[in-house]
Design a protein around this ligand. Structure first.
Ligand SMILES: C[S@@+](CC[C@H](N)C(=O)[O-])C[C@H]1O[C@@H](n2cnc3c(N)ncnc32)[C@H](O)[C@@H]1O
Ligand code: SF4
Length: 434
């Protein structure tokens, strides 16, 4: 079957807008008053659900030097008085639950994210990573990532993280262009960013991954091309290319609405920027590991991110951390003071608990496949009532140049990868699983 849309048209207009991935779809909230009892019961079901046997750990460090305009993750300023005691409490929270939570499968990926884990002191970074290794059963080749940004990530902190056992750094670069950076509140200049990354890479003691964003204000096509070329020339192990999501409530959303900042790339241009990224990286010989992630060689595996999309059990700790065990998904209190009070009082820090419906494993299977550029609907196509509708949808996707053929087992095209959350949404809608 020949597609009716060419790639560029598909990238621009296969759908009117990109769907966000709603991780809570298919989950039902547990009433506040029952959280503690249901949580204790959930612990007894550890490792008994359809989730994959391999696990991850997520540690949230909710502090940042400042609020970058585009970011919806910001919670607390990295000030000494706010951060004091955080690591002690975090370790206490882990210790309290380590016994119950360490039953079941081995941990294959640990992620210290935020916020900015590198806002912690060197000793604190070392303590957190050491505590994780002491308390949980990690696989010998466990990926242990620390997410960080250039500012305040000192040599001493890099060494402490490595000594603690970190084997992967994910650095938020966003753009190398000083003007684009400054406009978003990223204070280091291009020169400072390059110096930092060169020195980190020269150590050659851990995997290094850069996050790049496209679609930021002032980031023209030329700037984006230069961002890609600069990143590739530095030869890191991995690169992420994220399309700017304009979240309501962020300072950037407000500034654009008020007219004080010109918006970046238009919706149509974003698809083109994505294609520029994929083509530059592919031409340079990089592997396309997941829709927004590329590896320059075998050192980078992107374990954590892929496992999350595949629905792995995740033990989450820290104020604002999320996790998933058995049929449940949970959130720890994102209000730092409330979280601290609960840790000190030895009471539960879980502020939200939800239970998945019976379709979670199918949803996770589809999400995991699409994230890695493929789709195999053979098992769900056996469900007679939706067979015809799904077949029609696959025909439509193939016509729009989103998948390579209308068979139940197929691959995503470049445009399909860009629109993967829309493809997911439409399939789940037919399956009545959203
Ligand atoms: C949770 S953030 C933490 C990163 C780290 N604190 C830093 O500032 O470099 C992880 C990544 O999400 C991406 N990100 C954050 N806000 C985004 C947005 N509004 N749209 C797209 N990507 C975003 C950025 O690339 C960022 O590096
Ligand atoms: S991009 Fe990073 S440093 Fe900036 S506000 Fe978001 S989490 Fe904090």
């Amino acid at each position: 079957m020949k597609p009716t849309m060419d790639l560029s048209e598909a990238l621009q207009s296969a759908f009117p807008f990109r769907r966000p991935l709603l991780p809570w779809a298919g989950y039902r909230l547990i009433e506040q008053s029952s959280i503690e009892d249901v949580w204790n019961a959930a612990l007894c079901e550890l490792g008994q659900s359809d989730r994959p046997n391999r696990r991850t750990i997520y540690i949230h460090i909710p502090f940042c030097a400042n609020h970058c305009l585009f970011c919806g993750f910001y919670k607390n300023r990295a000030q000494e008085n706010r951060m004091e005691g955080y690591v002690d409490r975090l370790i206490r929270e882990m210790e309290r639950q380590a016994h119950g939570l360490s039953e079941g499968g081995l941990v294959h990926a640990v992620y210290l994210g935020g916020g900015t884990p590198t806002a912690l002191g060197a000793d604190e970074l070392f303590e957190v990573v050491s505590a994780i290794r002491r308390l949980f059963p990690l696989a010998n080749d466990c990926e242990i990532t620390v997410e960080g940004r250039v500012i305040h990530f000192t040599e001493e902190k890099i060494e402490a993280a490595l000594e603690g056992g970190v084997n992967r750094f994910s650095i938020g670069v966003q753009s190398f262009d000083t003007l684009v950076r400054n406009k978003q509140g990223r204070r280091s200049s291009r020169k400072e960013v390059l110096m930092f990354l060169e020195s980190l890479l020269a150590r050659d003691r851990a995997t290094v991954v850069f996050d790049l964003m496209f679609g930021l204000p002032l980031q023209t096509r030329q700037v984006w091309m230069d961002d890609l070329e600069t990143a590739i020339a530095l030869k890191p192990d991995g690169i992420d290319i994220y399309s700017l999501a304009l979240f309501p409530g962020t300072p950037l959303f407000k500034a654009i609405k008020q007219g004080s900042i010109e918006p970046g790339a238009s919706r149509q241009e974003l698809g083109e920027f994505y294609a520029m990224g994929v083509e530059s990286l592919s031409k340079a010989g990089w592997l396309h590991l997941s829709n927004s992630h590329f590896a320059s060689g075998t050192r980078e595996r992107n374990r954590y991110n892929i496992m999350i999309k595949e629905g792995a059990e995740t033990l989450g700790f820290g104020s604002g951390a999320g996790g998933a065990i058995g049929r449940y998904s949970y959130q720890r209190d994102a209000d730092l003071d409330a979280w601290s009070t609960s840790v000190d009082a030895n009471t539960s820090t879980i502020s939200q608990l939800s239970i998945a419906d019976e379709n979670e494993s199918t949803r996770a299977m589809i999400t995991g496949q699409l994230e890695q550029g493929r789709l195999d609907l053979t098992s769900v196509m056996r469900l007679r009532p939706v067979q015809l509708q799904l077949a029609k949808k696959l025909e439509e996707f193939a016509g729009k140049n989103l998948i390579t053929n209308p068979e139940p087992r197929t691959a995503l095209t470049l445009a399909g990868r860009y629109w993967s959350t829309n493809i997911r949404g439409e399939i789940l809608q037919i399956l009545n699983m959203e």
